[in-house]
Ligand binder design. Structure first.
Ligand SMILES: Cc1ncc(COP(=O)(O)O)c(C=O)c1O
Length: 382
């Protein structure tokens, strides 16, 4: 709210809803007087950070009295080698959140511009439109909770500047295939930039039909591919994201960004983590097992889990999710209720360690009144 007198904040900012992160574990423990709380709300890595990154952070901490390298040279060089792209096609940011923010700044300039997003999808895309006072066009997902790429292409008009496709999508975990994305891209005018957000890339990469944003960027298409160290590399707390871009974007980002947008610890962590293939492989394996168990548990309680290619499951409970979310919270499990994500009957649950999955499944059965007896339950809970 603006004050009655005094400088007024722009109305489009006041129309925005602040991002609501999953509740912190300590807050839930304190408020509900619980000893054990498991957070399965923010799609974090249950294995903790990449060990190589922890080592590199400890070493880099000795240099915290100096400013970081403003160009993040070593990190961008490492990414450029790893993905076989020239350095001027790799950008890094304070989480992919910052890169989304910067990309919005580069392209959106008032009410004559619009962006197209799937719905529900990642809410930070919407923020770019609000911040620029641009129009937000939401295109509902199809009946299987997958981006409706045909409807999204149909929605493009002469004012469209950006189209966002999260693949896998958050909150649903669904993917579009390469054939679908190719057909979609062929329908998008060249003056429109497509943001292919691959925050969960590593979890879906083994799918043969899964498109890879690098191929489109290398081919000179109007595509930006976005990735993050927050999920498969377990570095959400340090804030580090990267993107593959057409070269003129790198130059524009350098003009628009803060001079030291990626801090010194994050740069060191990223350089070390990108080579930690063993850790990523372990992460993906633990995730696969967790997905299978969570799907089975949701089916056991009569819910419909959406087939997920990410590190979380979105399940249609067939009833409002909010009371179930609240009951789980009282039992010490933090999840994400679809009522804040645009799907009131759905619950999103991140994959945890096997032990955290045991805990969640026990609590899910309890709050949904399913008694854990018989072989089917044994299968679901192991
Ligand atoms: C689809 C998607 N894009 C981007 C992000 C932001 O990631 P980061 O932690 O790199 O800012 C998230 C985080 O949950 C996400 O789900």
């Amino acid at each position: 709210m603006n004050p009655l007198s005094g400088p007024a904040v722009r109305p489009n900012i006041l129309e925005m809803t602040p991002y609501s992160p999953g509740k912190p574990i300590d807050e839930v423990k304190r408020e509900l007087g619980l000893d054990r709380v498991v957070k399965l709300a923010s799609n974090e890595n249950p294995l903790g950070p990449s060990p190589k990154a922890i080592e590199a952070i400890a070493e880099a901490a000795k240099s915290l009295h100096i400013y970081p390298d403003g160009s993040s040279y070593n990190l961008r060089h490492k990414l450029s080698e790893r993905f076989d792209l020239p350095m001027n096609q790799v950008i890094v940011g304070n989480g992919s959140d910052e890169l989304l923010h910067l990309i919005g700044l580069l392209f959106l300039d008032g009410p004559n511009d619009n962006i197209i997003v799937g719905y529900p999808s990642f809410s930070r895309y919407d923020a770019s439109a609000h911040l620029a006072n641009a129009e937000l066009i939401r295109v509902p997902l199809d009946g299987d909770y997958v981006h409706d790429l045909q409807a999204m292409a149909d929605a493009v008009n002469e004012h469209t500047r950006l189209v966002y496709v999260a693949n896998p999508n958050n909150p649903t975990g669904t993917i579009v295939t390469k054939a679908e994305f190719d057909a979609f891209l062929d329908r998008i005018p060249e003056r429109v930039m497509v943001i292919l957000d691959e925050a969960y890339f590593e979890f879906a990469a083994d799918q043969s039909e899964y498109p890879n944003s690098i191929d489109y960027v290398k081919a000179g298409r109007n595509v930006i591919g976005m990735r993050t160290f927050s999920k498969a590399y377990g570095l959400a707390g340090i804030r580090l994201g990267y993107a593959f871009v057409p070269d003129y974007i790198c130059d524009a980002i350098d003009r628009a960004r803060e001079p030291f947008n990626v801090n010194l610890l994050a740069q060191a962590a990223g350089v070390a983590a990108i080579g930690d293939d063993e850790y990523v492989a372990r992460t993906v394996a633990v995730n696969r097992e967790g997905l299978d168990r969570l799907n089975a548990a949701f089916e056991k309680v009569g819910a419909k889990p959406v087939k997920s290619f990410a590190n979380f499951v979105f399940a249609d409970l067939g009833q409002p999710a909010k009371p179930i979310f609240e009951a789980l919270l009282k039992e010490g499990v933090i999840t994400r209720s679809g009522h804040v994500l645009g799907a009131p009957n759905c619950l999103r649950v991140s994959i945890g360690t096997p032990d955290e999955m045991d805990y969640f499944i026990e609590k899910l059965f309890k709050v949904m009144n399913v008694s854990p007896v018989g072989e089917a339950v044994a299968a679901a809970s192991r």
